[in-house]
Design a binder for this molecule. Structure first.
Ligand SMILES: [Fe+2]
Length: 193
């Protein structure tokens, strides 16, 4: 995808995520991200897939594509798929057994992403069924747009299920996690540094 097309993807992802945002803090951070200066595409980044992606991404996209509110975003993600560079993250507290091979993350905009930039981060997480992502925290605030079934947790509140097209906010440095049930979990995240 060219630099211009990537810029269009970032605009589309932010537009749909702000539409779905439930928390005023999400809306505020996403509007600020929409005002960020467009970034140049990085030099070529080698696309990279993983067995978990080959097996579960297409069904997750097909399922989410049936929800009108996110269908344009799902279609746009579909056009990006051949370029995405999927990587595992480090293990961490409370991750499920075999976590490393049971998930992958793709940075679309952000450090080391297709659009290499520091100010905003936008990417995807994919989890195989019955996988728990480790508890983690980071200084940028974050808004999730959930694109599949799956459970999420922020701080010490109970797990909740936003559903396809759901959204929630993660304050800076707050611990959060996610876990899939009997279907894969797909989520888009947006962070503002
Ligand atoms: Fe996060």
């Amino acid at each position: 995808m060219t630099a211009i097309a990537l810029t269009s993807f970032v605009e589309l992802a932010l537009r749909i995520t702000v539409t779905r945002a439930q928390d005023p803090r999400s809306r505020a951070m996403l509007v600020a991200m929409q005002g960020a200066r467009p970034a140049q595409a990085h030099g070529p980044i080698a696309a990279r897939t993983a067995p978990v992606v080959d097996r579960y991404l297409a069904p997750a996209l097909a399922r989410a594509g049936g929800t009108a509110a996110v269908a344009p975003l799902i279609e746009a993600i579909g056009t990006l798929v051949p370029q995405l560079c999927w990587r595992p993250r480090a293990d961490g507290p409370n991750a499920s057994e075999g976590f490393s091979a049971a998930h992958a993350n793709a940075m679309i905009a952000g450090p080391g992403g297709l659009q290499d930039r520091q100010d905003i981060w936008i990417g995807l997480s994919l989890l195989a069924p019955e996988t728990r992502y480790p508890d983690h925290a980071h200084s940028p605030e974050e808004t999730y747009l959930t694109l599949s079934p799956g459970e999420f947790r922020v701080g010490s509140v109970d797990w909740f299920t936003p559903g396809i097209g759901g959204s929630f906010y993660v304050p800076p440095a707050e611990t959060h996690a996610m876990k899939s049930g009997d279907t894969p979990l797909l989520a888009l995240w947006a962070l503002r540094a």
